[in-house]
Design a protein. Sequence first.
Length: 226
Amino acid sequence: MAGPVALEEVEAALGYSFADRGLLEEALTHASAARGVGRPSLERLEFLGDRVLGLALAAMLCEAHPDEAPGDLARRHARLASGETLASIGRRIGLQRHLRVERGHDREALPPSMIEDSCEAIIGAVYLDGGHDAAMALVEKFWERLIGDRPPRDPKTALQEWALARALPLPSYALVATDGPAHEPTLTVEVRVAGYEPVRASAGSKRAAEQVAARDLLDIVAATGG
């Protein structure tokens, strides 16, 4: 169990004091440390925190970019909710120092996935402890400066980040048709992502067709709230 000083350090970094510190303890307990000792791990809070983060980011993006198309918002959202971003924010909070893990792990070299999972669990813990407004304030505190710091990445990169953020297999692309004369062909590419119907798109090159297919799938994701 993390000591009161450690919990106070995390609370100070968050700018939030827990009424129920048991939730914070849970958010700092990786499954490897909970196994066999009868303590809850962070996994359920991570599940909740992922959904809370997604809603908070969607609201922030709609407010910050009122004229942007849903597909562009989806690309921004995928980057902001990516494992890379979560791990970076988790390190700012200091989770690498306070996360309870199985013995033998080098705290200075924890896998980024452990830190990102705990970061989402912290958001879920704050939501349960302080409610919607407290969780929204926490997300704003750490994500606000990232909302408009750079334009969305290209569609293929954004789709890949979206899939990684949800622990899905990477998108796969396949050339399914080539039409037209050799000097001016039209290539049709199909992109597949687990849980979604394949999407096809055509362009004058395979690379361009892949980008269009990725963009179209991201638009479908945005429209369905995925």
